[in-house]
Design a protein around this ligand. Structure first.
Ligand SMILES: [Zn+2]
Length: 721
């Protein structure tokens, strides 16, 4: 839309006010050429003598474009001009109120014809369009087409980029890949199939495909000396093919079932577009086949063969300064064709790129690329010849210092980083390993000796963070305790009151085991003791004990002290819970007297009364081990929906026995439970509660006084009898 040009075109203007009742706004149209293309101008004016020159809004439509210019704001927009209200009425945006009146009119009949002609919008039989809606429909269609075009262009760009990558991916020299796969993944494994007949054996070789018969047991006749011999075949052991000399594993003919094979994965890295790299993830398979035929009633081997095949699964492209891109090889099951796509399959079909051997020429190809100095080859060697170069290259781009970490001999740290555990880096801009990992400089050598072991690293990071200075031996002992048990800060508490060596000795004493024995039983005892000790310390601290007191800091019997703290903590939590519900559900207590007057009832054996307060309900639930102390019961009680009643024996008025829930509305007994959600003495109690419910409904309950009467006080049974 040529907005600047359009802005220079003067407004059409209204010649006069439209004299029609209710007409607030007047639309007028004109066809004008802008840049040799016809445009429809539609201007809306307020219907008043002083606003005939400048419109409120000007809508301009071209064949494939539109714009809306609000003169008040002095700016263009792409807003549509029709609003829908919740009541289903439609009105144009320039109308102040959407009351469904025809407040916007056109200057003349010609204007409507012009709009219909230009927009080409047809009125639907089921919906009459207002005049501005013809414009709006056309604008909506244009916007929708633009959206589709944009999506198409994006798809097209992705398709082009994919095509470009495919075209710039170097040829795969299949012979080299297959040779490498056979050598490295399958160790050039061959099979010698055999079937014995007395002193003779029939042999088929998977390498050369030949089949022959040989003697394996020396004969006693003179002629037999001249017969070709072979060693005795034995399943699983290795022999030499009498035909081609290849070494193969003996496999009895009877144990071979048709085709079988082994699979493996490998990577090949190649230069991509000069200084980039593409890593190709290849799945290789070596298949073995034994040909069998029937000869009389015997099955004989006729030939054997083996074949290595490979299929590429994924390609990961790395270019300097660009986001890495991985393409995946997919199969279209309908067309039966394979194709490359720039996203993974998703869900179950996902292709996962895992560690695998990397073909040696990858590192030759890396020279001159931006990954030249990434130390991937050294990492590969340190990891024993199986890595994921895609993750490594990604890790290198994110944290280039992994080159230094590999070269220093910290492959275990690199493993973490490459797997995405960037959290172990404490200062990502550091160029020195101690600063990068947040450890003391003097401990770097120790970490290297352990190849960057994760537990040692964690202890060293804790040491630095706590401002401690530990010896190498102490670091190793702490690492054996499993740093995870120390991370929560309770170790720091302990170290404020004793030295690290004293703490280590203490834990060793609790565990009754020494450090560095290499015995896994001892290690797990140490870890268990450390966990218990720090857990104990944490609880002591939370419960407000002073750890400066050595009785608390170093209990004689750790297990007993730990148990004691667990109990004390749960007691504490229980009291906290009661304090909390008393505050949250105060109405239970407030209405106790009133409810008691209505709900109290007793006979010679039992009595029933409402709960005095929310705390009492909690205690009832705890003693009887049922869920009446839950928030939902308390809430209903507090809201006056239900009332919770305690049914007890008159002999033991303070002993919880049965808990009853009654609905306020109709005084119906909703449920009742005794200990552990059971219904003790069910028949009798059901009957008792039936009588109670009847009395409640007749207003006969609540008239008696009885045990447990004093609000919130213990009442001895003797005084109420
Ligand atoms: Zn052979």
């Amino acid at each position: 839309m040529k907005r600047k040009t359009i802005e220079k075109i003067p407004y059409t203007g209204l010649k006069d006010v439209v004299k029609k009742e209710g007409a607030e706004c007047v639309g007028i149209t004109a066809l004008k050429d802008v840049g040799n293309e016809p445009h429809l101008f539609m201007e809306v004016y307020r219907n008043g003598a002083d606003s005939l020159d400048v419109p409120v809004v000007r809508v301009v439509l071209a064949g494939k474009d539109f714009g809306t210019y609000f003169t008040g704001r002095g700016e263009w927009s792409r807003a549509l001009i029709s609003c829908h209200s919740y009541y289903g009425s439609r009105r144009p945006v320039w109308e102040k109120y959407g009351d469904g009146q025809e407040a916007s009119v056109l200057w003349s009949e010609d204007d409507l014809e012009r709009i219909k002609d230009f927009t080409g919008v047809k009125e639907r039989s089921w919906q009459k369009l207002e005049w501005w809606e013809f414009l709006n429909e056309r604008m909506r269609a244009i916007a929708e087409q633009e959206r589709r075009d944009r999506a198409h262009r994006k798809r097209e760009r992705r398709r082009q980029a994919l095509k470009d990558r495919e075209e710039n991916t170097p040829q795969l020299r299949e012979g080299l890949v297959l040779e490498y796969a056979d050598r490295v993944l399958f160790q050039e494994k061959h099979y010698l199939y055999y079937k014995k007949h007395g002193v003779r054996v029939r042999v088929a070789c998977s390498k050369c495909g030949g089949v022959t018969e040989r003697r394996w047991k020396p004969g006693i006749s003179y002629e037999s000396q001249f017969e070709a011999m072979t060693g005795e075949p034995r399943e699983g052991s290795y022999g030499t093919c009498p035909m081609c000399g290849a070494i193969g594993e003996w496999k009895p003919q009877g144990k071979v079932k048709g085709k079988y094979g082994r699979r493996g994965f490998l990577f090949l890295g190649q230069k991509y577009k000069g200084t980039g790299m593409v890593f190709r993830y290849i799945e290789a398979e070596k298949g073995y086949l034994l040909g069998l035929a029937c000869e009389g009633d015997e099955t004989v081997m006729v030939n054997a063969c083996e074949e290595v095949s490979a299929v590429e699964l994924a390609r990961a492209y790395f270019e300097e300064g660009k986001e890495p891109q991985t393409d995946f090889h997919k199969r279209d099951p309908y067309l039966g064709k394979n194709f490359w796509d720039d996203c993974n399959i998703g869900y179950v079909g996902n292709i996962r790129i895992c560690s695998a051997p990397v073909m040696g020429e990858t590192y030759e190809n890396m020279k001159g690329t931006f990954l030249q100095y990434c130390a991937m080859r050294e990492y590969d060697a340190a990891e024993g010849g199986s890595i994921n170069p895609v993750d490594y290259a990604g890790g290198y781009i994110h944290t280039p210092q992994i080159e230094m970490l590999v070269k220093l001999g910290l492959p275990k740290v690199v493993e973490k980083l490459v797997a995405g555990y960037y959290g172990i880096v404490k200062n990502s801009s550091a160029n020195r390993v101690d600063q990068l990992l947040g450890i003391r400089k003097e401990h770097v050598r120790q970490l290297i000796r352990h190849r960057g072991d994760a537990q040692i690293l964690e202890v060293l990071q804790i040491e630095k963070r706590m401002g401690q200075q530990w010896t190498e031996e102490q670091v190793e002992d702490l690492a054996e305790l499993n740093p995870r048990t120390m991370a929560n800060g309770f170790m720091q508490e302990v170290l404020e009151h004793m030295g690290v060596q004293k703490m280590l000795n203490l834990i060793s004493r609790y565990a009754d085991a020494g450090y560095g024995t290499g015995c896994s039983k001892a290690t797990s005892r140490l870890q268990e003791a450390a966990w218990t000790y720090f857990d104990y310390i944490g609880m002591r601290k939370d419960l407000g004990y002073d750890l400066a007191n050595t009785v608390f800091l170093m209990p004689k019997d750790l297990a007993a002290a730990h148990r004691e703290m667990v109990l004390e903590q749960s007691r504490e939590a229980a009291e906290r819970r009661i304090r909390e519900v008393l505050l949250r559900f105060p109405l239970v207590k407030k209405h106790y007297r009133r409810l008691r007057k209505k709900f109290y009832y007793g006979d010679s054996e039992f009595f029933i009364r409402p709960a005095r307060d929310a705390g009492e309900i909690i205690m009832e639930g705890r003693v009887l081990h049922h869920c009446v102390g839950g928030d939902s019961y308390l809430q209903k009680y507090n809201d006056g929906v239900t009332v919770i009643l305690f049914l007890r024996r008159k002999k033991e008025p303070e002993e919880p026995y049965i808990t009853v829930e009654v609905r306020m509305e109709d005084l119906k007994v909703l449920q009742w439970y005794g200990e552990y959600d059971t219904k003790p003495d069910k028949k009798k109690m059901d009957k008792w509660l039936d009588i109670y419910a009847t009395k409640l409904k007749c207003g006969l309950a609540g008239t008696q006084e009885g045990p447990g009467d004093e609000s919130g006080q213990q009442v001895p049974a003797a005084t109420t009898a």
